[in-house]
Design a protein around this ligand. Structure first.
Ligand code: GDP
Ligand code: MG
Length: 685
């Protein structure tokens, strides 16, 4: 398992050593040194012992007792640890401060606490008190190591130690019930060099009486005055034979005692659940450090507060780890989203990363103080959502862009071919692309967020409408052009025929043709416009265009039919009809007594009457009159050029009429001269 940051080189070496010697117990660590400093390496050691992931599935035991009473020797036997043991040749204290080691093959953290020798006071007593507080706050079982011959010596060092333990315990757990702290601790008395002449039961009785005496002598706060020792402690007594004199018996009984630490199913199994301090294994190092800090600064040691502080610290750490992995998962998506890609199944990924992160957090953090855990979980969820939010928004933006682009492309492609229904094309494409946007947006939603896509959808709808309007305007123009071409074709021949018959109702015929054809064109337009979803205004504008174009087509045809050549030919043929043919349509042969002059004048004047008839578009039946608006502020008509309807009714101006009359007169005069000559020639024959 990986070691946390801040792991020192010493630890790394120790871990390597432990690994290379394949020592499952691992190396012991000096948790608190001679200077009463707490090690920065404990967390790394716990990891190296393989206990960091143990959750609540581990136990803590500490040993207490005078110096050189064989405590370390006992621990090494019971737990397979490798605490230093005093060398027989130079008797001096070996255990300084507090050491910790993992039990070999056991999920047990074993604490070897520096002993006091009772004769010296002061410094020693201070440390004794601090280490008692520290051990009680974290251990389930306190082994009290005691020589048989010390029992009954009420003034002995052990009694001072036990008094301290009880006092300290009252401070820590006295007010049981508050914050659910109902901690019990097992005091396991191990009587060393038990000779056997006094039965264990008697020794236990003596000890118990002493303990009660000590308990009663404590000055307790009034609210705890009637509390008993057994309200806080379970007591257990065992004896061990002399290690040097009876080595085999000693080893055998230690092995028997070891079983009580190993076998859960035994009645005398020492690690009862009630003793557990409920600190998750991955928080033990931080918890102990906090406890020691409080103890060192002589502050009141308030365990519920310590547990909350621990929970805050650990939940933050766990959240950071959960967040790191999550961030690493989310990060690679930022670029593609920023560069406009719509990501497939983004929501599914986001949801699963979020769930994975929360699962990682829950697994470790849920063991800590529940209030803190839930609060920190809430914070984490906020952070997760804050990371995912921009991805979702980016995705929405890209979905929007894609839908708009697809719509545009589909409509532009759609109108390229033939036989399409523009209105239907727009409706279908809009439905499809808005639908795809909504589906994509819904897929991206993450539970528990206040994310919405409605605003973006509204925007998309508006932009689609703008494009649709633009396309419809183009389509409408195309349609108008098409209708105009058809109309031009339809009016050409009837107008030509009407203008060739110079009767007073000539313009009535022309205008009737015009009105009928325009009516049909208008109907055609309206049918199509309906499927386009054109607005009233658009229809009005389009029909104005159509009417003007139709009128201009009519005018063009009139101009063509009234060009100088055409009109003069028409006048000539009318004149000829009247002057050179009689009422029956038979060609005249002039005789000398015919009144050529009168006939000529009559035919000429009648023909000249046609000039004002052609000069202005004016029907006899006034109901046939057409009226068109002249240039107005109409936007769609703006591109159609200047237009003055009244002016378009005039075919020949006054001066043009004079000009035409003069030209025609010359033609007519020629006919006159020719008629005269024909008589002269017939008389002379
Ligand atoms: P600690 O200071 O309490 O940890 O004591 P140690 O475990 O270092 O042992 C101190 C000395 O006592 C060593 O020389 C041991 O060999 C010796 N010793 C250990 N166990 C016993 C025992 O059960 N009886 C006796 N008489 N000596 C022991
Ligand atoms: Mg020792």
């Amino acid at each position: 398992s990986s070691l946390p940051n801040g792991t020192t080189k010493a630890l790394t070496n120790a871990v390597l050593a432990a690994q290379t010697t394949n020592d499952a117990a691992g190396a012991p660590v000096q948790v608190i040194n001679e200077e009463k400093k707490f090690t920065p390496d404990l967390s790394g050691y716990i990891s190296s012992w393989g206990l960091a992931e143990a959750g609540f599935n581990y136990d803590v035991v500490a040993v207490f007792g005078s110096q050189s009473t064989g405590k370390s020797t006992l621990l090494n036997r019971l737990f397979g640890t490798s605490f230093d043991v005093m060398d027989e040749t130079h008797r001096r204290q070996t255990t300084k401060g507090i050491w910790m080691c993992r039990g070999k093959g056991m999920n047990v953290m074993v604490m070897d606490v520096e002993g006091t020798d009772g004769r010296e006071r002061g410094e020693d007593q201070d440390f004794e008190r601090k280490s008692a507080l520290f051990s009680l706050a974290s251990s389930e079982v306190l082994i009290v190591n005691i020589w048989e011959h010390q029992i009954g010596l009420y003034q002995g060092a052990n009694m001072g130690l036990l008094k301290t333990v009880f006092e300290v315990n009252l401070g820590l757990f006295g007010n049981r019930g508050s914050e659910g702290m109902s901690q019990r601790t097992l005091l396991l008395f191990v009587i060393r060099d038990h000779v056997g002449s006094t039965p264990l039961a008697n020794l236990a009785q003596t000890l118990q009486a002493d303990l009660t005496k000590i308990w009663d002598s404590l000055s307790k706060p009034p609210e705890l005055a009637d509390r008993h020792l057994t309200d806080y402690f379970d007591l257990s007594f065992t004896g061990l034979p002399h290690k040097v004199l009876l080595p085999e018996k000693f080893e055998a009984e230690v092995a028997e005692l070891r079983k009580r630490f190993l076998h859960r199913e035994r009645d005398d199994y020492v690690f009862k659940p009630a003793y557990h301090k409920r600190i998750p294994a991955d928080g033990v190092a931080h918890y102990m450090e906090g406890i020691w800090e409080q103890v060192q600064t002589n502050k009141d040691l308030d365990l519920p507060t310590q547990q909350e502080l621990l929970a805050q610290f650990r939940c933050d750490e766990i959240a950071t780890v959960a967040l790191e992995q999550f961030t690493a998962q989310a990060k690679p998506l930022r670029k593609p989203i920023e560069s406009g890609h719509v990501l497939e199944a983004l929501g599914k990924s986001m949801r699963s990363w979020k769930n994975e992160a929360l699962a990682r957090f829950d697994r470790d953090a849920s063991r800590y103080h529940q209030g803190v855990y839930h609060r920190k979980r809430g914070d984490l969820v906020v952070q997760l959502h804050a990371t995912l939010g921009p991805l979702f928004l980016g995705q929405l933006k890209n979905l929007h862009k894609l839908a708009l682009a697809n719509f545009k492309r589909e409509v532009v492609e759609g109108v390229k071919g033939d036989g399409y229904d523009f209105g239907e094309l727009v409706r279908k494409s809009r439905e499809k692309n808005e639908g795809e946007f909504v589906a994509g947006a819904l897929e991206g939603l993450v539970e528990g967020t206040d994310w919405t896509y409605e605003e973006e959808l509204d925007l998309l709808r508006q932009e689609i409408t703008v494009i649709a309007d633009q396309c419809r305007a183009d389509e409408t123009k195309k349609m108008i052009n098409h209708i105009e071409r058809t109309l031009k074709r339809q009016i050409a021949e009837p107008i030509e025929l009407a203008l060739n018959k110079a009767v007073p109702t000539m313009w009535d015929s022309v205008l009737r043709v015009f009105t009928d054809t325009l009516g049909k064109a208008t109907a055609t337009y309206l049918i199509k416009a309906k499927s386009f979803n054109c607005t009233e205004e658009e229809n009005t504008a389009s029909l104005n265009i159509l009417r003007r174009r139709a009128w201009q087509a009519l005018r063009a045809k009139v101009d063509e039919q009234t060009s100088d050549t055409s009109i003069l030919a028409k006048l000539r043929s009318t004149f000829e009809d009247r002057f050179r043919y009689d009422e029956n349509g038979v060609p005249r042969v002039w005789k000398p007594d015919d009144d050529i002059d009168a006939a000529f004048r009559k035919a000429r004047d009648q023909t000249l009457e046609l000039v004002p008839l052609y000069a202005k578009i004016q029907p006899v039946d006034t109901s046939l009159e057409v009226s068109l608006p002249s240039d107005g502020g109409d936007e769609l008509l703006a591109g159609e050029g200047e237009f003055d309807f009244a002016a378009t009714l005039v075919v020949f101006s006054e001066s043009k009429q004079v000009d035409l009359v003069a030209k025609f007169r010359r033609d007519a005069d020629a006919y006159y001269v020719e008629a005269k000559r024909s008589i002269v020639s017939s008389v002379s024959q």
